[in-house]
Ligand binder design. Structure first.
Ligand code: FES
Length: 128
């Protein structure tokens, strides 16, 4: 079980210009289309999403901040007024995959990470 303190220390968004390491997390074919996969980097579980229709990729913490459950990679993806989102499978809280904003208007949000595809490989940008 993750505590609030561990949560805030572990998960912080990374902007593309702050990436220190691009970590290869698999091949494109290792991840489902229009659904999530999960990878581990250090102490982080990170959900990875491939939106096939727009051929865009997103990564965010796998931990849902609502009840601190590791479930977001199993969430429902879609968009809210053009914003790509993931909805938690437990209580349906929705988060922007672009910047982690809570789309239900609550204060808590999720950390997001840059993703790049190079030569069929998937890389996630981390700052630690
Ligand atoms: S645990 Fe994710 S919405 Fe409640």
């Amino acid at each position: 079980m993750v505590t609030m303190e561990e949560y805030f220390n572990t998960y912080q968004s990374v902007d593309p210009q702050n990436v220190l390491h691009w970590v290869r997390v698999g091949e494109v074919s290792d991840f489902p289309e229009n659904a999530g996969g999960c990878i581990k980097y250090k102490s982080k579980q990170v959900a990875v999403f491939h939106f096939e229709r727009t051929n865009t990729w997103y990564a965010c913490q796998n931990l849902c901040p609502h009840k601190l459950e590791m479930v977001l990679s199993r969430g429902m993806t879609g968009d809210a007024a053009g914003i790509p989102k993931v909805s938690c499978p437990l209580h349906k809280k929705s988060f922007s995959l672009e910047d982690g904003t809570n789309l239900n208007g609550e204060e808590y949000r999720i950390a997001t990470y840059p993703v790049k595809i190079d030569n069929g490989n998937v890389y996630i940008g981390f700052a630690d």
